[in-house]
Ligand binder design. Sequence first.
Ligand code: ITT
Length: 197
Amino acid sequence: MKKRIIFATNNKNKMTEIRQILDDPDWEILSMREAGIELDIEENGTTFEENALIKAQAVSAYCDEIVLADDSGLEIDYLNREPGVYSARYGGRDTSYEIKNQMLLDRLQGVPRERRTARFVCAIAAVVPGRDPMVVRGTIEGYIGEKPAGENGFGYDPIFYVEDLNCSTAELSPEEKNARSHRGNALRMIRKKLEAI
Ligand code: ITT
């Protein structure tokens, strides 16, 4: 029987990647909206893991299915790991990513390559009815480039450059990004845990 999973996110770009990464004939993945659940969840945790659990548990209260949630963001070492858990809110939720990315580039102006290190982090929480909640973390290491590049991906992808490729994650194909991304790594980890149940 197909495993029905509800993904507690309102972010369409995340949902696209999640469907590509968890492409499995044994799983039926529904977005919150497809499951008929509309919630505005306050993400008041201080870590990615806490926020992922807050979102998964909030949605789990409204259904009997397995619920997964993604909390993710960009940590820039030179900025004391900002924007971090505030990545979606940085510069204002409704501000375009063209502007948010430029704001970050401006704050790094003149900073040399070796001090521009950064990573994307993704915590995935899983709430399975009758079991203890689970949470995993995936990361991808890189650095903030001198200028935005690429048209793929979303959010901070145009300014995040992959360490060994020297191109931004917005210049990678979806398959290339998912194979090495924070979200790809975290989702593959949680899939293993769910398959073991
Ligand atoms: P939900 O809470 O509904 O899932 P959200 O967009 O509010 O959606 P987050 O609180 O987890 O999600 O914020 C994550 C932000 O971090 C996201 O909006 C992007 O700006 C950024 N981000 C996360 N993953 C990214 C990726 O793969 N590429 C580029 N930016 C990413």
